[in-house]
Design a protein around this ligand. Structure first.
Ligand SMILES: [Zn+2]
Ligand SMILES: [Zn+2]
Length: 144
């Protein structure tokens, strides 16, 4: 099954990331995270490094799973429908009911995030200033 789930971004093309170490959330530009040379990210609040794929927030993974599940149920429904059509006129009949789609969890926009310019790498991220960290680490090079 070739099935791609696109990560929802906010109106400015940022998407939410969650640090696997401290669970701190921040936002980065989709193009920067998906760049081929971005294999690891530094958490802007605790400064620890991790593979960029580990920064996907848990609600995003849930969201993706719901979409995949809906897709699979839909596929199953379609093939059952074909089978039941073929059996028309035969003494066997069964009804196929359309599966209920589970609404994917809506990803909340964290609007209390502030935009921070990183002059070391010439990138912009968004972080929650209430987390009262005195230093912001650059997710791309780890400088603070
Ligand atoms: Zn962290
Ligand atoms: Zn940097």
């Amino acid at each position: 099954m070739d099935f791609k789930i696109s990560i929802p971004t906010d109106s400015m093309g940022f998407y939410t990331l969650e640090c696997p170490h401290c669970k701190g959330r921040f936002k980065a530009q989709a193009g920067d995270i998906e760049a081929e040379d971005t294999l690891e990210l530094f958490c802007p609040s605790c400064g620890l490094v991790g593979e960029s794929s580990r920064y996907l927030p848990s609600d995003l993974i849930e969201h993706a799973q719901t979409i995949a599940l809906n897709y699979m149920q839909q596929e199953m429904f379609n093939s059952l429908k074909k089978t039941s059509r073929k059996m028309k006129g035969s003494p066997i009949s069964f009804r196929v009911e359309k599966p209920k789609e589970e609404a994917p969890k809506l990803l909340t926009e964290d609007e209390d995030l502030e935009q921070v310019e990183l002059h070391c790498c010439n990138k912009t991220i968004k972080i929650n200033m209430d987390q009262k960290f005195s230093n912001v680490y650059c997710p791309y090079c780890g400088v603070n």
